[in-house]
Ligand binder design. Structure first.
Ligand SMILES: [Zn+2]
Length: 270
């Protein structure tokens, strides 16, 4: 890509996955199988930064999900340790609806200086708006944001209507609804998540490869250009490909600036 195109923008990747070196290869292969997609890379910091550098990414929101409760503490420590080494990282911790000590998990996340909680109900196998999951939101509402995977036609755990229900029950909880609010469940996402207040924002990762530019631009405008963040969902996609897809959507320079970094900074209070 022509350097001048992206050099005029500050770019933040609002959705990237990293894993410890020794499990990264397996974790990446497993995610690829889950989504029946060819992964662009492996989810390790060295590769993430190498990929992001190609478009001049300044900051990354990094996360990882605990598929079972016993992984929570080590994942949170891992993300925090990566954030210490890589000053360009902004880290999210994780917990699980079936954790026996959600309060303790959130305490750990806060004491490690992490900036939010990442959940992936489809991997974690609980309904995003179940009473068990509500115990997580009770702990973090008004304190730190939630980034949550949204939508998948094959599962119902993270359906857009459940995300809307979280917002209804926890109106002060800041929610980053991933993948335009509904990975592959685009119609439901638009139906349930349009018109909500500024506490519900969206990242556009893992969306643009599946939507026509017209449909993607329409959804972003429907939610509000000031509510959407650019993201790669690395190692799913390369930064170069995702930025190229984004720049074909036809937004103005000012709108690009909002989506590529300004909205994210406002939402996370940077
Ligand atoms: Zn994710």
């Amino acid at each position: 890509m022509n350097k001048e195109i992206f050099e005029k923008y500050e770019i933040i990747d609002a959705h990237a996955h990293i894993f410890p070196e020794k499990i990264a290869e397996n974790a990446t292969v497993n995610i690829g199988h889950f989504y029946e997609l060819e992964m662009d890379s492996t989810g390790v910091s060295s590769k993430l930064i190498e990929s992001g550098k190609k478009i001049g990414v300044k900051r990354y929101l990094v996360c990882s999900t605990a598929t079972t409760p016993h992984q929570i503490s080590s994942i949170n420590s891992f993300i925090a340790s990566e954030c210490k080494v890589h000053k360009e990282y902004y880290g999210l911790g994780t917990t699980h609806a079936l954790s026996e000590d959600i309060e303790g998990d959130v305490k750990q996340i806060l004491s490690l200086g992490l900036h939010g909680v990442k959940l992936h109900p489809d991997f974690q196998k609980f309904n995003a708006d179940s009473p068990e999951a509500f115990k997580i939101y009770e702990q973090i509402e008004g304190i730190i944001p939630l980034m949550i995977h949204c939508g998948d036609n094959r599962y119902d755990f993270s359906a857009p209507k459940r995300i809307a229900n979280i917002h209804k029950n926890f109106p002060k909880l800041k929610i980053q609804a991933a993948h335009l609010g509904g990975y592959q469940s685009w119609e439901q996402a638009e139906e349930y998540l349009t018109g909500l207040d500024e506490n519900v924002c969206f990242d556009i990762s893992s969306s643009l490869a599946f939507l026509s530019p017209q449909k993607a631009a329409h959804m972003i405008r429907a939610y509000g250009v000031e509510k959407c963040f650019f993201g790669s969902d690395f190692p799913m996609w390369s930064h170069t490909d995702e930025l190229e897809r984004f720049l074909t959507l036809g937004f103005t320079e000012e709108e690009n600036r909002l989506i590529l970094s300004e909205n994210f900074k406002r939402f996370y209070g940077i």
